[in-house]
Design a protein around this ligand. Sequence first.
Ligand SMILES: [Zn+2]
Length: 573
Amino acid sequence: MRWTQIYIPTLREDPAEAELISHKLLLRAGFMRKVTAGVYNYLPLMQRVLHKISNITREEMNRAGALEVTMPVLHPAEVWQASGRWDVVGKEQMRLKDRHQRDLVLGGTHEEIITTLIKGELRSYRQLPLNMYQIQVKFRDEIRPRFGLMRGREFIMKDAYSFDRDEEGLKIAYQKMVDAYFRIFRRCGFDIRKVESDTGQMGGTGAHEFMVVVDTEGGENTIFYCDKCEYAANQDKATFISDQPDERENEKLPLEEVHTPDRKTIEEVTDFLKLPAERLVKTLLYRADDQIVAALIRGDRQINEIKLKNESGCLELEMADAPTVQSITGSEVGFAGPCDLKRVKFFLDEEVSKMANFVTGANKTDYHYKNVNAGRDFRVDHITDLKLAEGGERCPHCEKGSLKTDRGIEVGNTFMLGTKYSEALKAYFVDADGKDKPFVMGSYGVGITRTAQAVAERFNDKYGIIWPKSIAPFGIVITPTNYQDEKLKEIADQIHGELEKKGLEVILDDRDERAGVKFNDADLIGFPLRVTVGERGLAKGQVEVKVRRTGEVTSMDLDPAADKIAEIYDRID
Ligand SMILES: [Zn+2]
């Protein structure tokens, strides 16, 4: 391929629209262009990368026994209403009406469609297990699309769905997908970490995310892992062993109102009362759909809103605004407490349930209570884990290790759905005992476009992207320093032809540009290997080969340069 025959609009400057290094580089290197918020054109170089990631994914899915299909992007609203997800997914779903005013959905996931597809037709246990997948464009109406392909509204995904007779079958199907995912992401050049995750709106009995560890802004997820065992979880899901002593048998001291003028924050109150933050209990008020809930956690902890949302079973959870807090507590914000608080449901973190004689707000401006005790001073509705892990806590699995943190980009996810969708959509098969049973399902996603950007986020330097060979748009770039020079042109053309004959993906930079521009573009785009055909080298009968990742330079004689270049290319990653 010749550079002048392909469209690569590179930019000198960082585009203002991009925050992440990967986003900047993909725009600058001419891989993509924004159409509107969260929607992109993928240019020829990107298309080549996406094809390669898709093909690796396809090969590994096929190897795991999954069957490729194509389902529609456009879904009737009815299937989403039947599964009960129409309300749950809510505003994240891209919706439209057709000319008959019928509701339609642009799919973000296909559990409903595939379950409806096999319902009534796949009837016998003998046809199980079954796993079908597709690689296709998906939609999600992100509240704040950003970070390029990381939080897009239109993106490409591989989604697979497994159907089994029972939980045992699901476990096997699930493990096959986990193994396939490790192979896919390793082939894309990543060290991948599998972490426990919340099931979210997908539902089901368990889930994992596959994370690329990065140390940049692009790592928008915090990953927790144990330094002694295999435990790993994302922030939504991570738990830990609390250091809270059980004080339930302690003597309960009389409730005492204390004047705390203008002390609203944890820091102000604990400073004033000369107590550590863990003796104070925060009362956080939330609007959970149409009711108000109060979450009580220790003063030194942060709340995990996902856990609270799951526990309260609401569709939408948001912190109560100041007027609501004032009307519920009868005081200014900063003095909320559980005592005498009416019209709210209490969710106590486990730690709080073990505490005695703690401090809370008094629902009275400028006052707090000391010696508050759950049960005696206020009603306990639910006791649960509401704490956000922050790192440094004790591992919940081995109970010995300490939780460490990393930042990660989620590139894949797997869900044990169980019978949630088959029961909701009444999809049954006849088992060996002659009885109708719901399919036991799993679903499995790989973000194809997200993986491409994750690679750029993970592998780059100050000059540009560094593609792993497996998914680079071209493996080798040939850079004649002056293509107008007959001799240089002849040698460059010859090496180009020989390398192409060997089946390598080569691009020849035949532009009438200065050598410096060509070198910069080659580094910016990130081809794994660059062959420089320059006057100085040719004077010695040599060309120069540079490995993008390591910067290693090798000079070699012209005859037989192509063989040696192919050898070097063969041994790099
Ligand atoms: Zn552990």
